[in-house]
Design a protein around this ligand. Structure first.
Ligand SMILES: [Mg+2]
Length: 363
């Protein structure tokens, strides 16, 4: 790792694998390490190799329900050996914020799964269960057992002057049956009744990234995530480099349509992108070229992707996202601060196949 290296960007790429450029990978869990009950194929091996290359790993989650011990045990079971100290939850970020603001030993009402109360206790705060115990803060995180009585307790405490702190504001959580109410939805119940806006500490709030840096001592962290509005925005707001992986919720069309805060610095199919160099995207006659792919903006709102006839400048592709990188750089160069969907067409059959593969229309 060298300190004088320019930060990675989608246009600049990295001349060596990220494991050699960044000291710590801050890995999101759902959509990066696992999807539902199973590990993302190949990722346990990738993370083992990243570790052998000298990169430290930490696992960062907005899901406040589970304790770090539970998360570490789950990861180990999936073939990703992890210690509780390597898990960073939004409950812990909330506990740090409350301890800093309210002082050690402050009384806090916990609403959510066991991870919430455990984090508060670990931060030296006193967990209480009733508004009558005069908590100075209410920390609310996700928990499948949260019920009306707990929400009512939170409302009474906040109306009595306690600061409302939410571990995250995600309105939904994914499930095999489609989306279900996330913490943000239940936080909304409390704030709708109290009229008080909560302080949110999970991704994308910089408090979460600060917690990660504090805990890992990272000098040059790389945020690895699958969501633009939490992982990538969180990195962007904290000034950290980000790697977007397509093993989770984001599709190429959503990536192209992203505004500045949601634009990642690096792209990969999955966390395997930690182990490979990332190609640069260079300006060529009126377009942008990555490997053999050239993206050109033609007219007001259309991009064209073409495969160049020959190429003597690059070796074998490290992945199949060269053309997508060229499209993203071309589109973002044009849209600037605006978040705008891209209309993309193919100049040849190879480009048409690539666009179909990414769900981006065609000729
Ligand atoms: Mg995720």
């Amino acid at each position: 790792m060298s300190a004088d290296r320019a930060p990675a960007s989608l246009a600049a790429g990295t001349s060596t694998p990220p494991t050699q450029v960044f000291d710590v990978a801050l890995l999101d869990l759902d959509g990066v390490v696992y999807v539902g009950p199973a590990a993302v194929s190949g990722v346990p091996e990738v993370l083992g190799e990243a570790r052998r290359d000298g990169m430290r790993l930490a696992y960062v989650t907005n899901n406040a329900a589970r304790t770090p011990q539970q998360v570490a045990a789950h990861l180990t079971e999936l073939g990703v050996p992890a210690e509780p100290g390597e898990i960073i939850t939004s409950s812990q970020a909330a506990a740090t914020v409350v301890a800093e603001r309210m002082g050690p030993g402050a009384r806090v009402l916990a609403v959510g799964g066991p991870g919430v109360a455990a984090a508060l206790t670990a931060a030296g705060l006193t967990v209480v269960e009733q508004a009558e115990d005069e908590p100075v803060a209410v920390v609310q995180g996700y928990g499948p057992g949260v019920d009306w009585a707990q929400l009512a307790e939170a409302v009474v405490a906040v109306r009595g002057g306690a600061r409302h702190v939410a571990t995250n504001a995600d309105a939904t959580i994914p499930s095999p049956r489609g989306v279900l109410p996330g913490n943000g939805a239940l936080v909304g119940v409390v704030s709708a009744v109290t009229g008080q806006q909560p302080l949110v500490t999970g991704k994308p709030d910089p408090a979460m990234h600060a917690e990660c840096v504090r805990r890992t001592g990272a000098q040059r962290p790389l945020v690895v995530g699958d969501r633009l509005d939490t992982d990538i925005e969180g990195a962007s707001r904290a000034g950290a480099t980000s790697l977007l992986v397509f093993s989770g919720v984001t599709e190429p069309a959503g990536l192209l349509a992203a505004g500045p805060r949601h634009r990642p610095d690096l792209l990969a199919r999955d966390a395997g992108g930690l182990l490979t160099a990332h190609p640069a995207v260079n300006a060529v006659n009126g377009g942008w070229r990555c490997g053999r792919w050239v993206a050109t903006a033609d007219g007001e709102d259309r991009l064209t992707l073409a495969l160049a006839a020959e190429d003597g400048t690059v070796g074998a592709p490290v992945d199949d996202l060269y053309g997508l990188r060229a499209l993203a750089v071309a589109h973002w160069a044009r849209t600037g601060e605006e978040a705008r969907p891209a209309a993309v067409s193919a100049a040849d059959d190879d480009a048409a196949r690539a666009l179909a593969d990414w769900g981006l229309g065609g000729r």
